[in-house]
Structures are given as structure tokens and as C-alpha cells.
Design a binder for this molecule. Structure first.
Ligand SMILES: [Zn+2]
Length: 744
């Protein structure tokens, strides 16, 4: 699933409520596209035949990218003139605008048959009577993003190339508006493509055989189930195909990756079988894994487009691939009505990424849930928080923590509640809802209705409290009173739940009690913001912990989670301090630019002032080139710098500079260590050290750090990670109570 980032949200929110009249009212039922690509000149020439509904169309229209022009248009067999205009407000293009998300239409022109009334009467009256009503358009244009521009910000999450046509390959996304269409359509397609010899291509639907003729290759894709706007990819692919119970499982890999095909096909068939059992039969005729010369990870109906670098990562088959395949059910054939927020990423994560952990072992699943809560605590604050009904797509880590993490946890809490009745219910409802609404967009309302129907209970309280409120409740155990009774103990305490809204949250709370006889798990249904609970047991109670397995979506405390790089990334007041006197100053500046989050600042050690001392800090370099290392010394049991040593008796063979990383000594080469610690002046703040040996390549050792937010320490040799991990957790927090007199 990919949806463009809503750029009009702010505008609409602040303007007076006055909806423009949509200019175009027709959907497009079928697209027949004939395309020819000239990669030499980055050019696309095409003919689109759009089948429009026969009734109620008075103005025919579509969007096309500003880089394209139109030579001819024929409506119902009658040549017509089209008029173009800029889309001032996307709502003018369709009455149903917003069902499939907000679209960035800034790059497109709206073309319509509407001319003056006089002309329309003459020209169009007869044309609109045609059956079927087809608007045929000849169009052409060029699209190219040079490789240098693409690489510039490749580490930034929001970076995207909309479309490019070149020697290295073709990639076209819906936001390039590369063929005449409307953003809200659900349509069938027939796409015939002419490509350079030796190339192949992928889009939605089932491919016919490639025909080679006169130095060209011609391929036709037919999609007879409805899908949204098309993406397209082409290149000198090596194609492999396996017929798996009537589904074509395929790979389109560039020659360098062709050897990986077998493993991918095997993994795909496994996922297709797994979700066919779990939800419903696979809804498309093919599934193809497609190699992209651009860095990407997109899931389209019946195919996924993964960057070459991503494809080569050994763990992708066990993680992202399954996620993208799950989208064929969740998001691509059970569609999302975006007007109530995008529920599909969180559910896909729950049925894919999270499920694989749960299938492996319960500890891995718990860690996954903890990571979601930790990311929420680290990245989401009162300035960037919003209810999940407003989530559309991911453009940064805060959106991810809300739209993926929080939504996943909402489905998890729902399942835990249903598991009390029957552990099969949750997946049954997912599957029944899928069958009922296949090929239709649905919102949270439909999910609520389906879960209520199956359970025979109203669930408005559950959906309302989790969907409509931003934030996460904070839990604490208070006023503990222990009484020794015959053969054991009795505990009375209060569970305090702090929330954003004025209504108390209701939720199922797991409680773990540890006594000298072992641990016991209990559950309580919390309904008030200060709820008294009484528990009893045998032996002597040692400790009590609320939500020990991170099953409740809540704000977790620092004592429950290891301090990791995410904490710095999520602090908008963080300051990155680079050396001022090293030859590599510019390089340090570049890597700091790449690592810095919104709001954070970059200064040199000489620009550093006393007011900055209490902010979260990230220091780069080593003590010889960045004086901040002396002002904020590293904990030497964790990290220490060893300068170049030239023993007097062997000046010809000095020991190169090195470092001690978690008591392990390393010397020379391409070593870069990064670790995070508590700020010595404020335990709520953090300090990160990136210690680079003078011989290290700074870019290699830091370019992946954004993706390592869940670690506390990392050691790189070149671009290879050789050590990583998390600090041990203290366990002290308001959700934990310890019996200080136990064992005395
Ligand atoms: Zn996804």
C-alpha cells in the first residue's frame, strides 16, 4: 500500500468549511493503455482508452502529470477538444475524494471536455450517448530524475522518486500521474507496453508472454479485478516463474540478483499458503517480487517492488516480504476508506511482522510489543500526537509509532479481550470481514460492527477510547498494603490510570505476582481511574508488576526499557556537536545532517555554549578533535578512546589509535563506535557518543544508524556492524512494587 502524503490537510482545517463543487463526477471503470518507452530520451508515448459509466456523465475528465501533453482526444467516436487547468483543490476532481487517501495533485493538470456551453452542445451531446462511452487520449511526455538527485537524501524516510524513465530502469508511481486517470478510481486494466529489447516490465494484473519484434519487446498485462491507480516498473529483468496452485509466483530480478530468485519464490509460496489458510484464498492471479534500482519497499496488488540493496539482505524473506504479501489481502483487496484513518498498516504489522515473532517464541513477541511502546514514548509528544483516525501514511517516526505501532496494539488488545471467550474469534472476524467486504473500502466503523456482531456485545467504548483520543494512558500501582494471613498474604492496592480524556479508560490489565513459591499471572478489568484491587496467595509476596508483558498500550517508563538511540532521535531539542578543527569537518556536517531529526540543531564544539549543556547531546569525533568529549567524558567501562601510541623503544612501529568498547580492546582500521548514555546533568535527557578512529570512513560507519534506533550501542568496522545490543533494564518504575521486607 502506498498513499501520498496529505499536503492539503492544514489548508482545509484552517479555511472556512465551503466544499468546492466537483468538476468531474465520473469514475473510470476500465483503463486500456498502450505505451511505448524511449529510455534514451526518457520519454513515454501512449494511448489511453478510458471506459466511463454510461449514465450521468456530463463532463469527462482525468488528471495527467504536468510533464505530459495531449495530442488528440476522441469521446464516443467524436474528436473533442480538452481544456486543462491546475487543480487548486483536490476535492474539485471527484465527489468521493478522500476515500483512497489524500492525493498530492500539485504535479498534475486536470483535463476536461468542458468548454463553453455553445461548443459543448454541438460537440458533445452526441458523443456522450455512445455505448460503451470511451474517452480515448493520445499523450506523451518525459520523466527523469538523475541518479545524483536520487542519492542525495536516500537515508531520509520521506524520500521518494515519483517517476523516472532511463537506461537503468523505469519506475512510475501513481503520484507521477503518468497516464490519464483519477486518484479515486477502482478500475480493471489492460496495459500493453513496448520496451527496449531484452527488457521486461511489471504492473497490476497477469502478464501475457513477451513478444520480441523489430528491436522491441511487447508485453500485455490484464487485470480483471478492480485495483486503484497503477505503479509500473521495467528493466533488464531475468524472469522466473512457478505455477503454485493456479497462482503465478514470479521474480523479476536484475541480473546481479538473479541467483536469489529460488529462495524468494519458495518464501512467497509459503506466505501465500499461510494467509490463504488464515484469511481467504489469494485474491490475484500472480504474485511477483520485483527488483528496483531505486531504494524502495512498496506493496502493490499482486506484486512488491523492493530495492536491490534490500533484496540482498538475508532477513528480508522472513520480515518485509511477508508484510508486503499480507497487503494483498489487507489493503489491496480489502480496501481502506481513508476518511476514517488508515487501519491497514497496523493490522498488517499485527498479522505479519508481529505474528512471525509470536510464532517463533513468546519472548520475541513481548519484545516486539515493548519496542512499539518504547517508540511511542520516544517519538510522540504533545506537539506531534494525534488520534489514529487521522493517520494516513508514514512520513516520519512519530507517524510510524501512531499508525503502525498504536494501531497494532489496538488490534492486540482487542484480540486479548476476545481470547477470553474463544481464541479462534479474532481471526474468524478478520476472515469474515474480508469475505464480506472484498474489493470495497472499509473504515473503523465496519471493523467495530463486525467484532460486535460476532461477540454479541457493544464495543463502542473500546473503539472510541483508543481511536478518538491521542496519547497513551500512564499506569501506576499505589497505596500497597500487605497483610500476613494464615498460610500466606493478602495485598490491597490501587491501580491508577492517567489518561488524556476526561473519561476513565477501560482495559484488561495483566498483573504478575512473584512470591517465594514462584510467579502467578492474574488479570483485572480496569474501569475507573483509581481502582482498588485485592489479591491473595500463599507463601511470602516478593513483588508485583502491572502489565509485565506490555500487552496494554500505555506510556512506558524509563526504568522498564533500555535507553536506546531512539530516545535521542525522538528529542526535538537534541543538539549534534561536530568537531571544528578536523580536516573532515564537512564530512561530519553531512553525516550529522543525515542523522538529525526535526527540530534538532547542529553546532561545532567551538560554537557550543553553556545554555546547551542541559539538552540531549550527540558528540562526534574523538577527544583530540572535539573538546566536548572532555566536558562530557564517556563512561570508560563502556567506551574509551586510545590515542596513537608510540612506545619510545619502538618508535618505528607505533600502535595505531584504538578504542575500548565494553571492555574489549580494538586498534586501527575503520572502527566507529556509537553508544547512548544518560545525560550526567539530567536523567531525562540523553547523550550519544560517536567515536571514530582517525582512519575510519565516517559515512560507512554512520549511514545506517537511523535504522538502529532500538539499540543502545553499536560498533561498525567499515559498513559492517560487528557489535550491537541494549543496556540492561533497572526494572524500577511506577508499575512495579517490591516488598522490601521480604526474605528478612
Ligand atoms: Zn505496509
Amino acid at each position: 500500500m502506498r498513499v501520498t502524503i496529505p499536503i492539503f490537510v492544514l489548508l482545509l482545517a484552517t479555511s472556512v468549511v465551503c466544499k468546492p463543487k466537483p468538476v468531474v463526477r465520473q469514475p473510470i471503470e476500465h483503463h486500456q493503455l498502450t505505451l511505448q518507452f524511449d529510455v534514451e530520451n526518457h520519454r513515454l508515448e501512449g494511448t489511453a482508452r478510458l471506459t466511463l459509466p454510461r449514465k450521468g456523465v456530463k463532463v469527462a475528465g482525468f488528471l495527467l502529470g504536468q510533464d505530459f501533453s495531449i495530442s488528440d482526444a476522441i469521446l464516443g467516436g467524436v474528436p473533442v477538444k480538452l481544456k486543462s487547468r491546475v487543480v487548486e483543490d483536490p476535492e474539485m476532481i471527484s465527489p468521493e475524494y478522500g476515500v483512497f487517501g489524500e492525493w498530492d495533485t500539485g504535479n498534475a493538470l486536470l483535463w476536461t471536455t468542458e468548454t463553453s456551453k455553445e461548443a459543448r452542445r454541438k460537440e458533445l451531446n452526441n458523443a456522450f450517448k455512445a455505448k460503451p462511452l470511451i474517452l480515448q487520449v493520445d499523450f506523451s511526455g518525459s520523466l527523469y530524475v538523475p541518479p545524483d538527485n536520487r542519492q542525495f537524501s536516500r537515508e531520509k524516510i520521506a524520500f521518494e522518486v515519483d517517476g523516472t524513465i532511463g537506461h537503468e530502469g523505469i519506475f512510475l508511481s501513481p503520484t507521477a500521474y503518468w497516464y490519464p486517470t483519477l486518484p479515486d478510481v477502482l478500475s480493471t486494466y489492460e496495459v500493453t507496453v513496448k520496451l527496449p529489447e531484452g527488457w521486461n516490465c511489471v504492473t497490476d494484473g497477469m502478464p501475457g508472454g513477451a513478444i520480441e519484434r523489430d528491436g522491441w519487446v511487447e508485453v500485455t498485462y490484464v487485470s480483471d479485478v478492480v485495483t486503484g491507480a497503477l505503479s509500473f516498473s521495467a528493466g533488464p529483468f531475468v524472469v522466473e516463474k512457478l505455477d503454485h496452485n493456479g497462482i503465478a509466483v514470479m521474480t523479476y530480478f536484475l541480473p546481479e540478483q538473479a541467483g536469489l530468485s529460488e529462495g524468494y519464490i519458495e518464501a512467497c509460496t509459503r506466505y501465500v499458503d499461510m494467509y490463504s489458510d488464515l484469511i481467504a484464498p489469494y485474491p490475484f492471479s500472480k504474485f511477483a517480487v520485483v527488483d528496483n534500482f531505486l531504494p524502495s519497499g512498496y506493496g502493490m496488488p499482486g506484486w512488491t517492488l523492493l530495492g536491490s540493496e534490500v533484496l540482498r539482505l538475508p532477513f528480508i524473506k522472513g520480515t518485509s516480504l511477508g508484510h508486503e504479501i499480507t497487503h494483498n489481502w489487507i489493503g489491496n483487496s480489502l480496501l481502506v476508506d481513508y476518511r476514517e484513518g488508515n487501519w491497514c498498516e497496523g493490522l498488517t504489522v499485527y498479522l505479519a511482522d508481529y505474528k512471525y515473532k509470536e510464532d517463533a517464541d513468546s519472548l520475541a513477541a513481548m519484545e516486539y510489543r515493548m519496542n512499539q511502546l518504547r517508540d511511542f514514548a520516544a517519538y510522540v509528544n504533545s506537539d506531534n500526537d494525534y488520534p489514529v483516525t487521522e493517520f494516513v501514511s508514514r512520513s516520519g517516526p512519530a507517524d510510524r509509532a501512531i499508525g503502525y505501532g498504536k494501531v497494532m496494539m489496538i488490534f492486540h488488545m482487542l484480540r486479548k479481550m476476545l481470547d477470553q471467550y474463544d481464541e479462534a474469534i479474532f481471526m474468524q472476524v478478520i476472515s469474515e470481514t474480508y469475505y464480506k467486504y472484498q474489493w470495497q473500502p472499509i473504515g473503523w466503523k465496519e471493523w467495530q460492527k463486525e467484532f460486535e456482531r460476532r461477540l454479541g456485545q457493544k464495543l463502542g467504548w473500546f473503539f472510541d477510547q483508543w481511536l478518538l483520543n491521542p496519547g497513551a494512558p500512564e499506569l501506576a500501582v499505589e497505596n500497597m498494603v500487605i497483610e500476613n494471613v494464615k498460610g500466606g498474604w493478602e495485598a490491597k492496592f490501587e491501580v491508577v490510570t492517567k489518561t488524556f480524556g476526561d473519561k476513565p479508560y477501560k482495559y484488561l490489565l495483566p498483573i504478575r505476582i512473584l512470591s517465594d513459591r514462584g510467579s502467578v499471572n492474574q488479570q483485572a478489568f480496569i474501569q475507573s481511574s483509581r481502582q482498588s484491587i485485592k489479591l491473595a496467595g500463599g507463601g511470602e509476596i516478593r513483588s508485583l508488576q502491572l502489565d509485565p508483558g506490555f500487552d496494554v498500550f500505555r506510556r512506558i517508563y524509563t526504568g522498564e526499557m533500555p535507553l536506546t538511540l531512539a530516545e535521542f532521535f525522538g528529542d526535538p531539542d537534541g543538539i549534534l556537536v561536530i568537531p571544528s578543527k578536523d580536516a573532515k569537518v564537512d564530512e561530519y556536517k553531512r553525516i550529522a545532517e543525515n542523522l538529525k531529526s526535526d527540530g534538532q540543531r547542529i553546532v561545532t564544539d567551538t560554537e557550543f555554549t553553556a545554555e546547551m549543556e542541559n539538552n540531549s547531546l550527540w558528540l562526534f569525533g574523538d577527544p583530540e578533535i572535539n573538546c566536548l568529549f572532555t566536558l562530557f567524558p564517556m563512561d570508560s567501562s563502556r567506551l574509551e578512546y586510545l590515542p596513537l601510541r608510540a612506545p619510545r623503544w619502538r618508535e618505528d612501529q607505533p600502535l595505531p589509535a584504538g578504542l575500548v568498547f565494553k571492555r574489549e580492546e580494538f586498534h586501527g582500521g575503520e572502527l566507529i563506535a556509537t553508544l547512548i548514555d544518560r545525560h550526567p546533568k539530567d536523567a531525562e535527557k540523553s547523550i550519544v557518543y560517536t567515536l571514530a578512529l582517525p582512519t575510519a570512513d565516517l559515512v560507512d560507519g554512520t549511514r545506517k544508524l537511523q535504522h538502529y534506533g532500538k539499540y543502545s550501542y553499536l560498533l561498525f568496522e567499515g559498513d559492517q556492524n560487528i557489535r550491537k545490543g541494549e543496556w540492561v533494564v533497572s526494572g524500577e518504575s511506577p508499575v512495579a512494587w517490591r516488598n522490601k521486607s521480604a526474605g528478612k
